[in-house]
Design a protein around this ligand. Structure first.
Ligand SMILES: [Zn+2]
Length: 155
């Protein structure tokens, strides 16, 4: 019996993830040891497009559509590894919910700050202290520092 093409694609991608994977014995993280983005997220190509391994994991195990604009992120209480694809460490939410949740834990992924916000912060930094910029955007100062030192949004 012929299987659905999507099922076959999922099997292929799952096998590829498993072939580049290391288990972190302490945290239970499934660390992808293939390509990483600058911010440490594992990246994998599916059908010609690159996705984070977190999103691909949610596609494999939770059945989301890869092109959904839901946000798949690492639950800060369980996981601090951007390259992890253990489905038990991931949460799926809309961007605003994910943003609020990570902010509550004082955590940020680079992808949570968009480029225009980063540019605006840099402009403000010419006249404002980092603390005020952080207040303006309702974010923590550490993130502002990261943006200004170009660890976030390097270009
Ligand atoms: Zn993890």
């Amino acid at each position: 019996m012929r299987r659905e093409p999507e099922t076959e694609l999922k099997d292929t991608i799952h096998a590829r993830l498993q072939s580049r994977f290391e288990l972190d014995q302490v945290t239970g993280c499934w660390i992808y040891v293939g390509a990483w983005a600058d911010d440490g997220r594992g990246m994998i190509r599916v059908g010609g497009k690159k996705y984070s391994v977190a999103k691909v994991s949610a596609w494999l195990f939770e059945g989301i559509d890869l092109n959904d604009d839901c946000y798949v992120y690492h639950d800060p209480r369980r996981c601090r590894a951007p390259a992890c694809w253990n489905p038990h460490h991931l949460r799926i939410a809309d961007r605003a919910t994910a943003f609020a949740h990570l902010r509550r834990h004082g955590l940020w992924g680079n992808s949570l700050i968009d480029r225009s916000t980063a540019d605006y912060m840099r402009l403000q930094a010419t006249t404002m202290p980092e603390r005020e910029i952080a207040e303006y955007h309702d974010v923590n100062e550490r993130l502002v520092g990261s943006v200004l030192s170009r660890r976030t949004w390097a270009s």
